[in-house]
Ligand binder design. Structure first.
Ligand code: SF4
Length: 269
């Protein structure tokens, strides 16, 4: 009972932090993460010390997309020229500790040539069991949100900043995101979306390499290679805090407008 209350309290604090972007609860969250992870003291020290997300060669610019480590020796997966091949090359990855916790690797799903890419945080229990992103209640809500702005799940692509489930549904750590982010950037390079919607602060921080509050990031347009990026709430947060649905609705309407403008300029409609 005590653990359930502690988990609910912690989730509430994380939600507040996601919205207001302050550091007030950082220490408590890290402490709880440590209990959930059962990692060694040595790893814990390194993880807490490493507060900066470092993604090597991830944000270089190329006319049509991203520079995925062109200045370092290539690993085999970097040479993949389709999503299917990339999935095959990385599905047994053990580059970070999340690899040993997963039941199923969650690569992503949807249209490999999508103009719209939706990026969440990481797989939860349902996703880990099925090997698919955004299934379960949060997934159903995401489907409804997309439909509300006239997108079907089949026409967009959906992925996460990490491809293996963090234990206890905690947020992925910076070191884990840094290991996994090159895979996501390679997916983006292959899909070449025109617009990207980040769901939640972890997704936005991971992809944009920015340390800012969700409040400050919502409503703004960022750039990643040739894609425009916007940020809104994670559907799981909306399930816990329905009051935020209105803000999400405003965000996604803006996102749809951005998409329409870009497509119109490109002469596709
Ligand atoms: S989360 Fe990413 S980097 Fe970590 S083991 Fe899974 S695929 Fe590899």
């Amino acid at each position: 009972m005590g653990n359930i209350i502690l988990s609910q309290l912690e989730q509430s604090l994380i939600d507040q932090k996601n919205i207001f972007g302050d550091e007030l609860y950082e220490n408590m969250i890290i402490q709880r993460k440590t209990e959930i992870q059962s990692i060694s003291k040595k790893e814990e020290k390194n993880l807490i010390k490493d507060n900066t997300l470092k993604v090597p060669n991830s944000f270089g610019e190329k006319k049509s997309g991203l520079n995925i480590g062109n200045d370092i020796p290539k690993e085999e997966w970097q040479l993949s020229d389709t999503l299917e091949i990339l999935n095959d090359k990385i599905c047994n990855c053990q580059k970070c500790q999340l690899g040993k916790y997963r039941n199923k690797f969650v690569f992503g799903s949807g249209n490999p040539e999508a103009d719209v890419l939706v990026i969440g945080e990481g797989p939860g229990a349902d996703e880990d069991a099925q090997g698919l992103p955004f299934v379960g209640r949060a997934g159903k809500l995401l489907t409804d949100i997309l439909l509300a702005i006239q997108f079907t799940r089949e026409e967009v692509y959906i992925a996460n900043v990490v491809k293996c489930r963090p234990p206890g549904n905690r947020a992925p750590l910076n070191v884990e995101m840094a290991e996994c982010m090159p895979y996501l950037l390679k997916q983006i390079d292959l899909i070449k979306p025109k617009v990207i919607l980040c769901l939640g602060l972890t997704s936005a921080h991971g992809l944009l390499n920015k340390k800012d509050s969700l409040t400050n990031m919502r409503g703004k347009i960022f750039e990643l290679g040739s894609a425009k990026v916007m940020v809104t709430y994670h559907p799981a947060a909306l399930l816990r805090n329905p009051n935020w649905k209105r803000g999400c609705w405003e965000d996604v309407q803006q996102f749809r407008k951005l998409y329409d403008e870009i497509i119109k300029v490109n002469g596709k409609v």
